[in-house]
Design a protein around this ligand. Sequence first.
Ligand code: DX5
Ligand code: ZN
Length: 219
Amino acid sequence: MIAPSILSADFAHLADEIAAVDGEPGTRADWLHVDVMDAHFVPNLTLGLPVVESLLKTSDIPMDCHLMIENPDHWAIGYAEAGAHNVTVHAEAAKDPVAIAKDLKAAGAKAGLSIKPGTPLEPNVDVLKHYDTLLVMSVEPGFGGQKFITEVLDKARTARDLVDTGHLKLLVEIDGGINADTIEQAAEAGVDCFVAGSAVYNAEDPARAVEALRGQAAP
Ligand code: DX5
Ligand code: ZN
């Protein structure tokens, strides 16, 4: 699955930018990745629930909300209630991640847990039993266009093994620095869903970029 991140899109024309990856099946985004940043959990500020609510009306592509915010225990539920398909919170910010997962699912969304490059997987495995998605960050969260951190692939491999051996039941997603040069190694590590911001929206034709990435992930 390919999830274009609108962080690298033109914020003055978001509906058009989303429509650009909402065409024919081969070039269509599987998920639309929306990065919510609060200038506290990460040193950048993007958009919040009112914008997400409007964007949800512009496209049927399942929305993948990545909340890089403090106190997701309070804020995450609103994104689920608004109709996001998947809502991901950060393990480093969540006070009660099991309660968050239960609330998100009760509101009809899939629940995602994200870990920053320096956060180990093992202490989060028990909590992940309550989640549908693990988002492995392959850059420090906050900005698009950063260099892929190869070392995080060990965590993706471990997660893949835990899923394949039946210990966890979740999608493995990766976010940061995914492009034509890095997507194959992430696919080999067992990643299911690839977020790509600059590789899609800095391309001349975002739809063709989605198609090309999909081909590289599953040759
Ligand atoms: C970074 C965001 C990413 C970002 C990825 O904190 O979570 O989703 O958009 O951008 P690229 O693909 O350019 O690294
Ligand atoms: Zn993201």
